[in-house]
Design a binder for this molecule. Structure first.
Ligand code: FMN
Length: 336
């Protein structure tokens, strides 16, 4: 039986649904080539951060504006890159997009990361000119200002997404936080503004407390598979209900079984970072082959046959997704 793992994401044709999500690993062209070799369907570059864009703007004033509509070649006239938190200033970021695009045949998705409108539209245009296949927006924001309402935050995000989607023709996806009061409503608001895809979810980095030094410890822990449950739930709830926008499931995907679950819930693509940082680039091959093997064993010939089989929309027992299941689960619990 010929078996196809092909999928569509953001209007792009991918040979399979495995996407290497944004991480420092994807900053190296050699790693992008290896990811392609071991079977990745697409790659997301690490983000260009709002802080880097602001630093560049402060240093060089209106110079960026003068070149905003120039060709990728002309972008080499930009002043020397500013080292941001990731070591890639805006100029070098555009170069990375350009080089990545030339180095691999799989789609290269660029990423912008911030929480205010500053500079984003201009860079979205430059990223498009540099050759990215799509753009992912990561609006990482922790609402520590207690006077800021959810409505204010959503209005700001909506404005950013609307402005960017209105200024570029490349497809745009939004890496959403799960900490919203109505994820589905907001997701569809963003889709209404032009978002072609939703990444479920962004991972909020949470500091721990160092009991020896009595201070917050902001070290980065890689994700664990236990974290997949939340993205899986929302993939299942949103599948088929976002007016054609694609769904990417992200956070906690570490094994082929996790990948299969994401597709059954309704994911168009499945993203992974921690598994690759932890196990090496070869992990990508393991995930792709594992999905292939599972489909073979279950006699699925194409992803479309299994995608969303266990989604809310196709479920015979929707109670499993809501309060009814909550009560059932609590009642069934037996103390160890
Ligand atoms: C070291 C590291 C760097 C990351 N850099 C970015 C980034 O630049 N932009 C972004 O949107 N996400 C970034 N992420 C988040 C990942 O893309 C991903 O969303 C997150 O790790 C959850 O997926 P996972 O469980 O597969 O690791 C980073 C994660 C790690 C661990």
């Amino acid at each position: 039986m010929t078996l196809s793992l092909a999928t569509q994401y953001l209007g792009l044709s991918l040979k399979n649904p495995l996407v290497a999500s944004a991480s420092p690993l994807n900053r190296e062209i050699g790693n992008l080539r290896r990811l392609e070799d071991v079977g990745a369907g697409a790659v997301v570059l690490p983000s260009l951060f709002e802080e880097q864009i602001e630093a560049e703007a402060e240093l060089h004033g209106g110079l960026m504006g003068a070149y905003a509509n120039s060709s990728p070649e002309a972008q080499s006239y930009f002043p020397h890159a500013i080292s941001g938190p990731y070591g890639l200033g805006p100029e070098r970021y555009l170069e990375l997009v350009h080089r990545a695009r030339a180095a691999v045949d799989i789609p290269v998705i660029a990423s912008l990361n911030g929480s205010s409108i500053a500079g984003w539209v201009e860079y979205a245009t430059l990223i498009e000119q540099a050759g990215a296949a799509a753009l992912e927006l990561n609006m990482y924001h922790v609402p520590t200002d207690l006077t800021e309402s959810g409505r204010d935050i959503e209005a700001r995000y909506t404005e950013i997404v609307g402005s960017i989607c209105g200024s570029v023709s490349l497809p745009v996806s939004i890496k959403l936080t799960p900490f919203l009061s109505s994820i589905g409503h907001f997701a569809n608001t963003l889709v209404g503004c032009g978002a072609g895809g939703l990444v479920l979810f962004n991972r909020l980095l949470q500091p721990d407390i160092d009991l020896v030094r009595l201070r917050l410890a902001d070290t980065l822990e890689l994700s664990t598979p236990a974290e997949l449950r939340l993205p899986l739930l929302w993939t299942a709830i949103l599948s088929g209900r976002t007016n054609q926008a694609c769904l990417a499931t992200s956070t906690g995907v570490a094994t082929p079984a996790d990948v299969v679950k994401c597709i059954l819930a309704g994911a168009d693509v499945v993203m992974t970072t921690s598994a690759i940082l932890h196990g090496g680039i070869e992990e990508m091959r393991n995930l792709v082959n594992g999905l292939h093997r599972w489909m073979e064993e279950r006699e699925f010939a194409a992803l479309v046959e299994m995608r969303g089989m266990l989604s809310w929309q196709r479920s015979k027992d929707r109670g499993i997704y809501d309060r009814a299941s909550y009560l059932r689960i609590l009642e069934r619990y037996v103390a160890p």
